[in-house]
Design a protein around this ligand. Structure first.
Ligand SMILES: [Fe+2]
Length: 262
C-alpha cells in the first residue's frame, strides 16, 4: 500500500486547492466503533432495540429534542471518538505543515444536519480559534452527496486572506438557532465558484482555515449527516499568549485577522 501520509503531497494540495480529501481516514472498524459509541450514548437517553444510528437519532429527537441536543453537546468529550480522531499520523502531519512542535486541539465537535436543514452553515472561514491559521478536519460518518447533503467549498477563496465576518442572521426575520451566525457577505461569496464535495463515510476533508466553506442541503427524508470535526491549532499567531488582555479564542469580529502578528 502506498504511503497515505505523504506530507509533501498533502501540503502541496492544501496550498493549491485549500483542501485535501484523505480517503479512509477512519478504517471500517473505527467507523463502526464511532457509530456504536454514539448509538450507545443515544440509547442511554431512552433505551430501545434500534441499532441504526440514523433511525435512533430521529427516535430520540422525537422523544425529547432537548435531550437530543444534550447528546450533541456531550459527544465532543467522548474519548472513544477523540482517540480515533487524534491519531499520531495526523498530529505529525499538522506539526510538519505548520513547522512547529506544539499544537492545540481547538474544538473537537460533532456536527449534525438532519432533514429539517435548519442548521446549515452559511459561507464562512474558520475563525474564533486560539491561533489565526488552523487546519480544519471534517469527516462524515455517512456518505455525503447531492442526495444526503454535505460540505461545499469556494474555489480559490483561500488565496485572499481573511474576509470580514458578520454574526447576525443573513436572512432577516428568520429564526436563528445560534447567536453567533458567522458568515461572509454575499457580494464577496458570489466571486467564487461553489463546489459541492462528495465525501465517502470515514474519509476526511482537511482544509485551511482561510478556505471559505458552507453546508449544502440534505434532500433525503430520514437521512442525517453526522460529522466528526476538529481544528488543529499550531503554536503560532496566538494573541492570547502575547497580549494580557486577549481572549483565549480570537473574537469573530472587531479584529483584523490579516494583521495578527506572530
Ligand atoms: Fe466551519
Amino acid at each position: 500500500m502506498k504511503n497515505k501520509w505523504n506530507h509533501n503531497k498533502i501540503s502541496k494540495e492544501l496550498q493549491k486547492n485549500g483542501y485535501y480529501v484523505f480517503e479512509e481516514y477512519f478504517s471500517k472498524k473505527d467507523l463502526k466503533e464511532i457509530k456504536d459509541t454514539l448509538l450507545r450514548t443515544l440509547n442511554y437517553i431512552k433505551p430501545c432495540k434500534e441499532a441504526n444510528l440514523q433511525k435512533k437519532y430521529y427516535k430520540i429527537k422525537k422523544f425529547d429534542s432537548k435531550l437530543k441536543g444534550h447528546w450533541y453537546d456531550i459527544s465532543p468529550y467522548n474519548i472513544n471518538i477523540l482517540q480515533k480522531l487524534h491519531k499520531p499520523e495526523m498530529i505529525n502531519f499538522v506539526k510538519t505543515y505548520f513547522k512547529t512542535k506544539d499544537i492545540f486541539s481547538g474544538r473537537p465537535a460533532i456536527h449534525v444536519h438532519d432533514d429539517e436543514n435548519d442548521k446549515l452553515l452559511d459561507p464562512h472561514q474558520e475563525t474564533n480559534q486560539f491561533a489565526r491559521d488552523t487546519l480544519v478536519f471534517w469527516s462524515p460518518l455517512f456518505d455525503t452527496n447531492e442526495k444526503n447533503g454535505g460540505m461545499a467549498v469556494y474555489k480559490n477563496s483561500h488565496k485572499y486572506g481573511y474576509f470580514e465576518h458578520k454574526l447576525e442572521h443573513p436572512r432577516l426575520g428568520k429564526k436563528s438557532w445560534t447567536d453567533k451566525y458567522t458568515h461572509i457577505d454575499e457580494k464577496i461569496i458570489n466571486r467564487f465558484e461553489r463546489i459541492h464535495l462528495k465525501v465517502n463515510a470515514g474519509s476526511a476533508v482537511i482544509f485551511l482555515s482561510s478556505l471559505v466553506h458552507s453546508g449544502y442541503n440534505n434532500k433525503k427524508k430520514g437521512s442525517v449527516r453526522i460529522t466528526i470535526t476538529e481544528r488543529f491549532n499550531p503554536l503560532k499567531k496566538i494573541p492570547f499568549l502575547k497580549n494580557r488582555n486577549a481572549t483565549i479564542k480570537i473574537p469573530f469580529q472587531g479584529i483584523n485577522y490579516n494583521k495578527i502578528p506572530d
